[in-house]
Design a protein around this ligand. Structure first.
Ligand code: ZN
Length: 450
């Protein structure tokens, strides 16, 4: 059976991920992401109203015109998890394919919300839920199957999809950390990866996220970030002024740790900001997390301001607002607090806890610098970097290659510079660039079996 891989997006950047795998006549697309930094750099861009071709020209979504060179029918569109760089272009591109979107329940719910918010296109693809550990048949040959393997990442319900073909498995390995003691859900399913590496014809190809490939050692577990956060929160237990926390809204494990520790130190947690309400509300509704019944979540400007007024009236020392704005996004809640645009008044010595790291990218770095500066000018004291990455470091990459023993490796989720340390790592395991390590760019085809 012919096996061909189209590397469509996310091979020159982090963002706008999209890869298609053709097995005979059947094609499966993995991820359809948005490169948010290409959008945010322009003022007041509303992607909901924009046409795909304009967004492709901006470098914001994958240029999927290369799909016409792939001789087969798309049978499924498979986003691996709910981060925007993996699902953010579904509302712009999915309607061009007569295929369902297949993803885990939490991811499907986020896709549904995104499609509903789309103004330009009518996306009517079926949305099909499939959980980790499950398999579905692809196409009519009876020879190709899609399996979801549970992985751990900075968002719940993440998987690595595996396309089983007669030539071996193609494992799409984007976005995971090897977490054996996560805060929510199960540890990564390494047993299954090891089985896949040894059953049938083994693994034909492994497409891997190179984000932290240049960092030594292993990425700490989410339980390490949780202990760090617990330590910080208890250290300010006796402070009788304002404490404000921020983290990734989609990072449900972290939000739930913040909620728990707020209660531990006698403060009422409250989630504020549009995306805080969206992600946490969705996770709670789908029973992924068990928040206290009285946990307030407010997204709309008016209800947020009303909550801030209540906090000021009842005493800041009784609350922990958990807000958006960890990257200093200009319109996020914490940034507005820094600019003094909300009823919440910061006083000398108040604490601001960033349970996040700045995404190393000049736009974020600049915005975060500005946000922190504004907060400090009002007297706030900053706690930062209470965080662990969601991506594998060196030892995780070694462990994955060892488990899967792939014949071919395709580095992804980085630019050329970011691929280099992963190529070195592969070569130290006996692979060779150009022979079985395929460094590529957006818009290329790699034919693995002719
Ligand atoms: Zn991710």
């Amino acid at each position: 059976m012919e096996i061909e891989i189209a590397t469509i997006g996310g091979y020159e950047e982090v963002g706008r991920q999209m890869t298609a795998v053709r097995a005979g006549d059947d094609v499966v697309i993995f991820d359809m992401g948005l490169n948010l930094s290409q959008v945010l750099i322009h003022d007041n861009v509303e992607t909901e109203k924009m046409h795909s071709l304009d967004l492709i020209d901006m470098g914001a979504i994958p240029d999927d015109r290369v799909m016409s060179d792939l001789e087969g029918d798309v049978k499924a569109i498979v986003p691996t998890h709910g981060h925007l760089d993996h699902i953010g272009a579904i509302s712009k591109l999915a309607h061009r394919y007569d295929a369902p979107v297949v993803a885990t329940p939490f991811t499907i719910e986020l896709v549904k919300q995104q499609v509903q918010g789309e103004n330009k296109f009518n996306v009517e693809n079926d949305l099909v839920k499939m959980s980790a550990g499950e398999t579905m048949s692809i196409g009519d040959s009876g020879k190709v199957d899609l399996e979801f393997v549970h992985v751990t990442h900075s968002i719940i319900d993440a998987i690595n999809p595996v396309l089983h073909t007669p030539e071996g498995a193609v494992v799409y390995g984007l976005d995971k950390r090897m977490d054996h003691s996560p805060v929510l859900q199960d540890p990564i399913d390494m047993d299954r990866f090891r089985e896949i590496g040894r059953e049938g014809n083994g693994v034909l190809a492994y497409i891997e996220d190179c984000t932290n490939a240049g960092r030594k050692g292993r990425t700490p577990s989410e339980s390490v970030a949780r202990r760090h956060l617990e330590d910080v929160m208890h250290s300010v237990e006796d402070y009788d002024g304002g404490i404000v926390a921020t983290t990734f809204s989609s990072h449900i494990s972290r939000v739930s740790s913040l909620v728990e520790f707020a209660n531990d130190i006698g403060r009422q947690p409250v989630l504020l900001g549009r995306s805080m309400e969206k992600y946490s509300g969705t996770a709670e509704r789908l029973n992924f997390v068990d928040f206290p019944d009285d946990l307030g979540m407010y997204g709309h400007r008016k209800s947020v301001d009303r909550t801030f007024k209540r906090i000021m009236k009842e005493g800041k020392e009784n609350f922990l607002p958990i807000v958006t704005g960890h990257q200093g996004e200009p319109r996020a809640m914490l940034t507005r607090m820094g600019r003094g645009e909300t009823p919440y008044e910061l006083d000398q010595g108040d604490k601001v806890i960033f349970s996040a790291r700045v995404i190393p990218e000049p736009t974020n770095e600049g915005q975060r610098y500005q946000s922190e500066k504004l907060l400090k000018m009002q007297g706030a004291r900053i706690y930062d970097d209470i965080h662990v990455s969601g991506h594998l470091r060196e030892e995780g990459h070694y462990a994955m290659l060892d488990a899967l023993q792939p014949k071919h490796v395709i580095p992804a989720h980085q630019d050329l510079k970011g691929f280099a340390p992963y190529v070195d790592l592969c070569e130290s395991m006996g692979y060779k660039l150009g022979r079985d390590v395929h460094v590529t760019r957006n818009g290329n085809m790699i034919q693995l079996v002719e």
